[in-house]
Design a protein around this ligand. Structure first.
Ligand code: ADP
Length: 369
């Protein structure tokens, strides 16, 4: 290694916010950096010669180990994937325990090529931003839960206190509000469970060839009551290639998009649902849901797919929603190997979803499997 390269590595080690530890074959620390020392509450010099296993509890046996070369060649997408990191517990000298993502790389002796120990990286920056996102999420969820709960408690208190002094129509109205708010809570909890399933990657998919027209018609029927004041038009060519998807998830995606199109457009307007093959990309099938509603300002378009991304406009304020629907929809589309985009101008919003087509090859492969 040239002197300059060595200097670069030394500086990186010294100033890296991530913790870096080199251990020999016995697991004894031979090199580490101030970031790791700070995590465990000790000085770098004190740590050299001690056993890493006493400071970091990890199940490396079951983790996928990277090799240094693999990492150097990795492109950004690979580097960002959390799949090959594992959660480790850091035991600080103050007695506190921290759980953080980490990865371990085997080291080999340059001359003999024999195993020479390990390089362990603890991703402190990633852990901190995860922690921050989690804190923000908990605070938003608490706020969202408190609003309907306050209303339920307020009206239940009124009924209890005023009792017989309320006439029957007042009583019915208050109980109606309690029921609506309880329904809102149920929806919120269901959406939160869906988010948690998606994020913990526990989503079980049953992929098969599905007729898009049938799925759209089923959802249209389920939403018929909500769409009573709208005209819903289907534009689906005969003989459309089926999609390669999970039936329940496809229905959920369609329900969220069509429900939004109805919610965020005035009565008397039209919602058009189109499905078609894509000329240049025969391996995908596309459908779109287009409304004549309030629209989404261009600068807010990316926000609609984020958690609790409700925009502020009169129609949104009038309608019920958790702000989780499009986040769930986008996650489901991605889980099915598809893409979702949105285009909007005042008076028209179109959500377009592309899903893998059920090509004869896929169906044949399934038959063999
Ligand atoms: P929710 O409908 O429960 O609020 P979503 O995640 O489904 O949550 O949508 C997020 C936000 O995106 C909505 O609150 C609304 O502001 C906006 N939005 C979604 N669909 C449309 C649409 N078709 N037209 C206009 N705005 C929309």
């Amino acid at each position: 290694m040239s002197l300059q390269t060595e200097e670069i590595y030394r500086t990186l080690l010294l100033y890296s916010a991530d913790a870096v530890i080199v251990t020999d074959c016995a697991g004894t620390i031979t090199t580490t950096n101030p970031s790791f020392a700070k995590l465990v509450g000790a000085a770098v010099e004190e740590l050299i010669g001690t056993s890493l296993a006493n400071l970091v509890v990890a199940d490396w046996e079951h983790a996928e180990e990277k090799t240094i070369g693999q990492n150097i060649n990795a492109d950004n997408s690979e580097a960002e994937s959390a799949g090959d990191t594992q959660a480790v517990t850091i035991l600080s000298r103050t007695g506190s325990e921290l759980i953080m993502p980490a990865a371990r790389f085997p080291l080999f002796n340059q001359k003999s090529g024999k195993p020479d120990g390990h390089l362990t990286i603890i991703y402190v920056i990633q852990a901190n931003s995860l922690q921050q996102a989690q804190t923000e999420f908990v605070s938003t969820v608490s706020h969202e839960l408190r609003t309907p709960l306050t209303s339920i408690k307020g009206f239940a208190d009124t009924i209890l206190r005023a009792g017989d002094r309320l006439d029957s129509s007042q009583q019915r109205r208050y109980v109606g509000i309690i029921k609506d708010q309880a329904d809102r809570l149920t929806r919120l909890v269901e959406d939160l469970l869906a988010v948690s399933r998606l994020e913990s990657k526990k989503l079980q998919l049953t992929i098969r060839a599905l007729d898009l027209k049938e799925a759209i018609e089923r959802v249209q029927q389920n939403l018929a009551d909500k769409a009573k004041k709208h005209t819903v038009i289907l534009q689906i060519p005969p003989g459309l290639t089926p999609v390669w998807a999970d039936a329940d998830r496809l229905e959920q995606i369609l329900t969220n998009l069509i429900d939004n199109a109805i919610k965020y457009s005035q009565a008397g307007t039209t919602v058009t649902i189109t499905a078609k093959g894509i000329q240049d990309t025969p391996e995908m099938v596309e459908f779109s849901v287009c409304d004549q509603g309030v629209g989404i300002p261009e600068e807010h378009l990316p926000q609609v797919f984020s958690k609790f991304g409700r925009l502020d406009n009169p129609l949104v304020r009038q309608t019920e929603g958790t702000g989780l629907g499009l986040y769930i929809t986008r996650s489901l589309v991605l889980a099915l190997g598809g893409q979702i985009t949105v285009e909007s101008v005042p008076g028209s919003t179109t959500f377009t979803v592309k899903l893998p087509a059920a090509t004869p090859e896929q169906q044949a492969a399934r038959g063999r499997g």
